[in-house]
Ligand binder design. Structure first.
Ligand code: UFG
Length: 329
């Protein structure tokens, strides 16, 4: 039986497809290619260029294939964009989840692993953040992910669907062999932006504020390697296969690193100077976000293998150096 990967042509989705193939699973991808890349999915993987909000197309995919479980990455994921287009986020993310769950219930597919986010918590009340902490999103993106979690909760209580929701912190890195990696038309994430400097695409990295109440004044985040994330999803599928009950897990490497520390790690990983400019704060950035991933350790047996920032950045650098223009070459 197959595992349907919604959004499998995107950054995290394509690393998931890779992980499934390594585990001798049969992934099938559905992706509308709004932000994903066809080239990120190997030719041998069955691919549907469809929008998950299209219930007829989804019905056809579930009729044509024997689907055992779904891994759901297909969503808009930019905090800044969500503050400009809240309804785009609610429509694509929430309505997408509705059609997906309706199709799963209709076809009696009873397992889903969901790509959620630390953005569901909003401004943290304590560090490290635990799954039981309050969820008060500060942007429509985080709100949409929280609504999607609640939709799964109610569907799981009423229909026989079980879910695992994985709340990621800051995802970075690329596949170890450098054949796939991060390629966003609109790049806003720290690691790929830092690497644009040694790639000669920008002259310096702008630090968004160094007056935060942290050790060096710059924001602290919990960076987790994309391959470690994919491993957590594989474990979540196996947990559901063994009859595990619906649950929510944080995924981070458990340590916080400042923007300045990340730039220093990138200098070591690339051997390049990487000049910095100190700019103003970016609206909506919390000073510190660090996950407690203890629960994922205890229940899924998951532990991040990459905890050293230089090694995470090295894998990203390998991909970017080989593919300076991403998938469009
Ligand atoms: N930063 C800079 N300069 C840049 C880009 C980023 O200083 O050019 C800083 C940001 O201010 C922030 C840190 O680097 O302090 C990380 O920023 P990212 O944009 O890479 O990531 P965020 O922490 O803002 O967001 C991430 C995910 C979101 C998710 C959020 C949850 O990208 O999807 O974590 O907290 F919602």
């Amino acid at each position: 039986m197959a595992i349907l990967v919604c959004g499998g042509a995107g950054y995290i989705g394509s690393h998931m497809v890779d992980e499934l193939l390594k585990n001798n699973e049969t992934p099938i991808v559905v992706d509308n290619l709004r932000t994903g890349h066809r080239q990120a999915v190997p030719a041998q993987v069955k691919f549907y260029q469809e929008d998950i909000r299209d219930s007829k197309a989804m019905d056809k995919i579930f009729t044509e294939n024997k689907i055992e479980a779904v891994i759901h990455f297909a969503a808009c994921s930019l905090v800044g964009e969500s503050m400009e287009k809240p309804l785009l986020y609610l429509n694509n993310n929430v309505y997408g989840m509705q059609v997906l769950l309706e199709t799963m219930v209709k076809h009696k597919v009873d397992k889903i692993v969901f790509s959620s986010s630390a953005a569901t918590y909003g401004e943290p009340k304590r560090i490290p953040i635990k799954e039981t902490d309050t969820t008060e999103p500060t942007n429509p993106y985080g709100e949409s992910k929280l609504i999607m979690e609640k939709m799964m909760k109610w569907v799981s209580l009423i229909h026989s669907v079980r879910y695992v929701s994985l709340r990621y912190f800051n995802v970075a890195g690329a596949s170890e062999d450098g054949h796939i990696g991060e390629d966003h038309k609109q790049e806003s994430h720290l690691v790929p932006i830092i690497l644009q400097v040694p790639l000669k695409k920008r002259k310096a990295i702008t630090i968004y504020g160094q007056d935060y109440p942290t050790k060096d004044g710059t924001c602290i985040r919990d960076y987790v390697h994309v391959v470690d994330l994919a491993d957590a999803h594989m474990r979540a599928i196996n947990y559901l296969r063994k009859g595990g009950s619906s649950d929510i897990f944080n995924l981070g490497s458990g340590n916080g690193f400042s923007v300045k520390e990340m730039i220093e790690a990138a200098r070591k990983a690339t051997g390049e100077e990487i000049p910095v400019i100190v700019g103003a704060r970016r609206a909506g950035d919390p000073a510190k976000l660090v996950a407690s991933s203890e629960k994922a350790g205890k229940i899924l047996g998951w532990k991040a293998k990459y905890t050293d920032m230089e090694s995470i950045i090295k894998t990203a650098w390998k991909w970017h150096k080989k593919h300076p223009n991403g998938f469009d070459e």
